[in-house]
Design a protein around this ligand. Structure first.
Ligand SMILES: NC(=O)c1ccc[n+]([C@@H]2O[C@H](COP(=O)([O-])OP(=O)(O)OC[C@H]3O[C@@H](n4cnc5c(N)ncnc54)[C@H](OP(=O)(O)O)[C@@H]3O)[C@@H](O)[C@H]2O)c1
Length: 330
């Protein structure tokens, strides 16, 4: 397969290369694009050196099987159409196209059916949303999801490499706020993105809209509070969910522990530091909420892996298997 990664020098772009390596996917070509500043930077795929090229319109006139965009919404809006016209599938990590009704928003364990015979652009959902909808989809199938109230504790790598640089430089004494509205070191900031007229931030609205779209349930009541914390990698979520049918706690735990891409922890809890390089959505501290129709759980996922790169590669693999480009054992 021929693949291009736009934004290859960023957090998500680099992790996509790692995830491709981990899946041992054989590639005929892997072209890496970023800004002029990164032109000539050497990155390695399975020990093969690949020079990063400056992204231009001409770069994307080549035919690729899959073009990944991990360079923000502006770049996707400017360049994705060119890639769509000449390549088979574009997978975009930004929020630019997620609300478009014609664009599939895919977590393959939940809605891979949307990829069947599809060409064009697929949107990769928001990081916190991906890790949360994986367990919610399992519980929804059993008990009928009605309402979600979630608070997030999101790592600085969710803001890309500049978020990491900001925290690290503050830890070394810098008093500059960097990419955040307040100092993030030794702090907790209840703002991710910009605030809208209704009092929610656009990051919170992403969780509202995307959860309903992925689960194909417009009527779900959902309220998110998204918070930045001084953690390098790994988003944590405190999730409260209400259902139509009464829940047997041990049965819910059993369903979660059997589900693909979920790691259920029965008698222990998990933290961002302890997930390591896992691509799973980790669920622990499962308990009843206010009654037997509701649940609380703690949910941790690696934001750059399951929250971005690993899900993007899963989308590619699901599409490539359906299209007969790779075998189902990958
Ligand atoms: N980080 C996460 O946890 C996460 C999770 C889900 C979704 N996302 C989304 O994924 C995308 C990438 O995020 P990230 O965290 O990887 O950001 P990042 O670390 O800041 O990396 C951004 C990448 O985009 C490249 N880029 C920026 N402007 C460009 C342009 N005009 N032309 C070509 N390349 C350009 C940068 O190249 P240079 O290095 O040359 O500047 C870099 O490779 C964003 O849309 C983000 O919202 C991120």
């Amino acid at each position: 397969m021929k693949i291009a990664i736009v934004g290859a020098t960023g957090e998500v772009g680099r992790m996509m290369m790692t995830c491709l390596e981990e899946r041992s996917i054989k590639l005929e070509a892997l072209d890496l694009y970023a800004t002029a500043k990164s032109q000539g930077t050497m990155l390695y795929y399975l020990d093969h050196p690949i020079k990063v090229q400056e992204l231009t319109e001409e770069s994307l006139l080549k035919h690729y099987d899959y073009v990944f965009f991990a360079a923000g919404g502006g770049v996707a809006r400017s360049f994705a159409q060119i890639a769509m016209d000449s390549s088979e599938l574009v997978i975009d990590n930004s929020s630019a196209f997620r609300r478009d009704e014609r664009i599939p928003l895919v977590v393959p364990q939940i809605n891979a059916d949307l990829l069947s015979g599809y060409q064009g652009l697929v949107a990769n959902p928001n990081c916190s949303t991906i890790q949360m909808v994986l367990p919610l989809a399992v519980l929804d199938r059993e008990y009928g999801l009605k309402k979600v109230i979630v608070s997030t504790y999101q790592a600085v790598s969710g803001s890309g490499y500049k978020g990491i640089q900001t925290l690290q430089s503050q830890r070394q004494g810098s008093k500059l706020k960097g990419v955040y509205p307040e100092i993030i070191d030794q702090n907790v900031i209840p703002q991710i993105g910009v605030f809208l007229d209704n009092g929610y931030s656009n990051e919170e609205e992403k969780m509202h809209f995307e959860t309903r779209k992925i689960l194909r349930k417009e009527h779900i009541a959902i309220s998110a509070t998204t918070v930045r914390v001084p953690v390098l990698y790994g988003h944590s979520l405190s999730v409260y969910a209400e259902f139509e049918r009464a829940i047997e706690l041990s049965e819910a735990a059993e369903k979660l522990s059997q589900a693909d891409a979920i790691k259920y922890h029965e008698n222990s809890y998990i933290t961002p530091l302890s997930i390591g390089t896992s691509n799973a959505s980790h669920v622990c501290r499962l308990r009843y909420g206010v009654d037997s129709f509701s649940l609380n759980f703690w949910n941790v996922g690696h934001n750059v892996r399951i929250g971005a790169a690993a899900n993007a590669i899963n989308i590619m693999c699901a599409h490539a298997i359906q299209a007969g480009k790779i075998s189902s054992s990958v």
